[in-house]
Design a protein around this ligand. Structure first.
Ligand code: ADP
Length: 464
């Protein structure tokens, strides 16, 4: 059964883990989709801003016209490729601040609620003619990038679009004193990129509902699982306790019942009937076993009462005198073991209000346990002192109780699982009942014990 529960718990934990992984995967996917959608939306809203803005358009015209002029110079060999690139760079640098300001104004006009950085970077400048293409600029081969707009760290760059500006241009240049028409066909390739300030926060804001719901569902499923497993373990414990109890009580009932049946068989025997001594002895045995059965039944009936059901009749008693009577009575009980009882009383002439009957039962339960769970030589120390309350400690040097069992000792039907204790009979009700009695008196009962060394039960009872 324990194995089954362990398998069930492991399977549930694995299931929960798998569910969490799937949920994590789905959330991650949703995050990617939301991020993509958000970036796409932003891209759409800013993609044509520079085309429709007269300011930006006129700034673009400046560098474009300048570029065409230097390209014509290049064509007639009055400028080199480096001149073309340097000139373009210089013009772009001179208008860049205006461009950036103009761009931010356009963003404001378009009601874009988050900060955006934008730039256009030149990828290729190619002059084409019918024979060959002449590459003036290739971003992969040139060390310096030509950028119009903000500088953006590469890892933050979000792609907007690729633009190809194709144009033919006709210009006149004076060569050798003659005006010569010079035409060129230009392919100008650029890429627009952006960086959205705090886009992660924006996407996170959009996902907060989903995240909260997922977390809630996870907590709910986890709670449900935890509750079910806890319940299952409790049920299993109760079932075990019940089985143990039935086994224990059957064991306890068997001996008196067998003796009773033997004794009644003997009484039928004419020889026994005639022998009055034998007859009396058999009747005594029946009486003893009957009492034993009665005690067992009483133990089950009364010892399972809760402290609220115990009706106390409290009377003032003189502590030392009362404890001495209890211990004297205890000393009279015949044991097969050698029992030594030490009494240490520091409660002279003090009175306490208790129900003598119940407290006696509680004390005897603990004292009898001290004998039951000791070796053949049992030494018990009974200590009573007043420290605003009455504190009674009962110590034995028996088998002791290991730490992990302490918290269960006062549970109903609890018995320490120990192979060495197999032959020590009991129902696991004594300490439970003693605790209930002490609780009914508004006192406490605690245990201190070291395995194989000693055990001390401490009962504290309020004086008034
Ligand atoms: P039981 O009928 O089994 O004695 P109790 O409720 O009196 O039931 O005790 C519960 C368990 O506590 C016992 O089964 C025993 O394992 C442990 N126990 C109680 N008193 C002592 C003791 N003095 N020394 C060692 N173990 C003890």
């Amino acid at each position: 059964m324990n194995k089954k529960i362990n398998i069930l718990i492991s399977a549930s934990i694995l299931g929960l883990l798998a569910l969490s992984l799937i949920q994590g995967y789905l959330i991650n996917n949703t995050y990617k989709l939301k991020k993509e959608a958000f970036i796409n939306d932003t891209r759409r809203s800013i993609s044509r801003i520079d085309d429709f803005s007269p300011t930006l358009d006129s700034l673009s015209n400046i560098w474009q016209e300048d570029l065409l002029t230097t390209l014509t110079d290049y064509k007639v060999k009055t400028a080199t490729k480096t001149d073309v690139i340097n000139n373009l760079q210089r013009v772009i640098d001179s208008i860049n601040e205006l461009f950036k300001q103009g761009y931010q104004k356009e963003l404001l006009k378009n009601n874009i609620p988050y900060g955006i950085k934008y730039h256009k970077s030149v990828k290729h400048i190619i002059l084409m003619d019918s024979i060959s293409n002449d590459t003036i600029y290739d971003y992969k081969k040139m060390p310096k990038a030509i950028i119009l707009g903000d500088s953006i760290p590469v890892k933050n760059e979000l792609y907007i679009s690729n633009t190809l500006w194709e144009t033919d241009h006709l210009d006149t240049r004076e060569i050798d004193g003659k005006a010569v028409n010079t035409s060129l066909y230009l392919m100008f390739h650029t890429e627009d990129v952006m960086d959205i300030d705090g886009w992660k926060t924006e996407v996170f804001k959009q996902m907060i509902g989903l995240l909260m719901l997922s977390l809630l569902i996870f907590c709910f499923v986890f709670g449900l699982l935890y509750y079910s497993i806890k319940n299952l373990i409790t049920q299993k414990k109760i079932a075990d306790i019940k089985t143990d109890f039935v086994n224990n009580i059957t064991h306890e009932l068997k001996t008196p019942l067998t003796t009773l049946s033997l004794a009644s068989e003997m009484l039928k025997n004419p020889l026994v009937k005639k022998d009055s001594q034998h007859f009396d002895a058999t009747i005594n045995t029946i009486e003893r076993q009957n009492k034993r059965l009665q005690k067992l039944i009483d133990q089950v009936l009364s010892n399972s009462l809760g402290y609220k059901e115990i009706k106390l009749i409290k009377k003032p008693v003189e502590i030392e005198a009362y404890l001495n009577t209890v211990l004297d009575d205890f000393s009279l009980i015949p044991y097969t073991k050698n029992v030594t009882l030490n009494r240490v009383f520091l409660a002279k002439n003090k009175v306490i209000k208790i129900d003598k009957f119940y407290i006696t039962t509680a004390l005897l339960n603990i004292l009898e346990n001290a004998v039951k769970y000791s070796n053949d030589n049992c030494v018990i120390t009974f200590n009573a002192e007043i420290d605003s309350d009455l504190k009674i400690s009962i110590t034995d040097h028996g088998i002791g109780i290991s730490e992990e069992n302490h918290k269960h000792l006062f549970d109903k039907f609890y018995r320490v699982e120990d192979k060495a204790l197999h032959n020590v009979k009991g129902l696991g009700l004594g300490l439970y009942y003693s605790n209930q009695i002490v609780k009914a008196h508004h006192g406490t009962i605690t245990v201190k014990s070291e395995k194989d060394i000693k055990t001390t039960f401490v009962i504290t009872l309020p004086i008034n």
